[in-house]
Design a protein around this ligand. Structure first.
Ligand SMILES: Cc1cc2nc3c(=O)[nH]c(=O)nc-3n(C[C@H](O)[C@H](O)[C@H](O)COP(=O)(O)O)c2cc1C
Ligand SMILES: [Mn+2]
Length: 443
């Protein structure tokens, strides 16, 4: 992570905050306001109560994520599935064992930045921690993110949502009557960040995916308190174990959908030790920000792209904007009714996230919601071009069925009258050199 941070620093991408900030709300407030304004990574040099600097919004743009894996920002759908498919470029071993660096520092949880984000959050939370754990029977390691509530230096409570691989490991270990050892990585290598967020099959090792994405084997070092290997360059590693048959209250927490998740029984993580690099940088992710949701959007979009392209022609690109519950598909219309088939296909292949689907033509910028809305408003008839699917669940954490039902909108131009819908264009507007016309540029 620090190597990537250095690269961004050399490009002048990092915003520095030298003034001391309060870990309670202030750091999150500055992050949110600065993200909205500039969307660049921010390094807080002085956070009260800790000696560690805090980096936020590192992975919050499509351009940066694409750059990490060496692709163009609008090429995620075409590239992502190939890249995570493990048919990768690295021949030979994908991991290399190295000894733990002798200068690793042991510390306590309270020495790390304990950050409180939203107003009603029940405690400070670790939001960027990536868990590594081994499948209790096969030993295959898994990477995944799970927010963790700080209770004490010995205890965290972690949200393990149903069906996630770590959740299944924990439940399996419980059935065997055992705790599940795990390590939380703060500041692992950037490709591990992408691999952890990708929905890869249960028996696929995301660390190997990370190595493929990096194009080089990943260096692994042993933990100190548990029998587990972790990426050697990780800034901070929290070692511990999930206690079997134990659930304790976690929450409330202001979450990715923009609401508070109420207190509920969650997994208990007993902390056995914390190691950090001597000059460690702490990574914080603002929940609900693009840094958190972008990786999910990208992998959901890439999945949909791949699946609908297998059954239909003319699929150009897919994105989930402005939030993962809305899928936007860009097509090159092939025949009358093509767009409606695309709508049906998306609803069929994406049961969880495609609550709303909009299909647009090739001339629409699907990364600009104003442009998508322009297509909806000028190219669709609400009475004829929408499909409403009643009584079907989408997002799984939905006890009141707020997310049941689907809507599909065909916002493509009527096939037979495509010529009537050619966008007007002012010659030169895209290429004009404004500096040649204006004496002073507005700030
Ligand atoms: C920053 C971030 C935070 C996340 N927080 C949680 C969480 O608190 N609980 C959870 O169950 N999943 C959370 N997720 C989703 C899972 O980590 C993600 O779906 C991951 O791919 C699951 O890995 P798996 O397929 O190996 O189970 C988060 C994802 C990201 C990117
Ligand atoms: Mn997995």
């Amino acid at each position: 992570m620090r190597h990537y941070m250095q690269t961004l620093r050399e490009c002048g991408e990092i915003l520095d905050v030298h003034r001391e900030v309060d870990p309670k709300h202030e750091l999150a407030a500055v992050t949110q306001a600065a993200m909205r304004r500039w969307n660049k990574p921010i390094l807080f040099h002085h956070v009260a109560g800790t000696t560690l600097p805090v980096l936020t919004n590192l992975y919050g743009s499509r351009e940066r994520l694409a750059d990490i894996i060496g692709i163009a920002p609008d090429d995620f759908c075409r590239q992502w599935t190939n890249l995570t498919g493990l048919g990768g470029a690295v021949a030979g071993p994908l991991k290399r064992e190295v000894p733990a660096a002798p200068d690793l520092v042991e510390c306590r949880l309270r020495d790390l930045p304990l950050l409180t984000y939203s107003e009603r959050d029940g405690a400070p939370y670790f939001t960027s921690a990536m868990f590594v754990a081994k499948e209790p029977e096969t030993g295959v390691p898994n990477l995944s993110f799970h927010r963790s509530m700080y209770i004490s230096d010995e205890e965290l409570r972690c949200r393990l949502a149903p069906r996630h691989h770590l959740t299944l490991y924990h439940e399996k270990a419980e059935r065997m009557g055992r705790p599940l050892e795990a390590a939380m990585l703060i500041g692992p290598p950037p490709t591990a960040f992408l691999a952890a967020a990708a929905p890869v099959p249960y028996d696929v090792d995301e660390l190997e995916v990370a190595a493929q994405l990096a194009g080089a084997p990943i260096e692994m070092r042993p933990c100190r308190h548990i029998d587990l290997m972790v990426p050697a360059t990780t800034e901070i590693v929290i070692e511990g174990r999930f206690l079997p048959n134990e659930r304790r209250p976690e929450g409330p927490f202001g979450e990715f959908m923009g609401y508070y998740v109420p207190v509920g029984p969650q997994a208990v993580f007993e902390v056995l030790g914390v190691t950090r690099r001597p000059d460690a940088v702490f990574h914080s992710i603002l929940c609900g920000s693009s840094e958190e949701v972008l990786s999910l959007e990208l992998s959901v979009a890439a999945n949909i792209y791949q699946r609908i392209s297998a059954v239909l022609p003319g699929i150009v690109d897919v994105t989930c904007q402005p939030f993962v519950l809305h899928t936007v598909v860009k097509i090159r219309q092939q025949y009358e009714g093509h767009a409606r088939q695309v709508l049906m296909a998306v609803l069929g292949v994406e049961p969880t996230w495609a609550k709303a689907v909009t299909v647009v033509d090739e001339d629409v910028d699907i990364y600009d919601m104003n442009d998508v809305m322009w297509a909806v408003l000028t190219r669709s008839r609400p009475d004829r071009d929408t499909i409403i699917i009643p009584d079907t669940p989408t997002f799984y954490r939905d006890p009141h069925r707020d997310h049941w039902g689907r809507i599909g909108t065909d916002a493509t131009a009527p096939y037979e009258r495509r010529d009537d819908f050619v966008r007007k264009r002012i010659p030169g507007a895209d290429t004009v050199d404004l500096a040649a016309y204006f004496d002073r540029r507005p700030g």
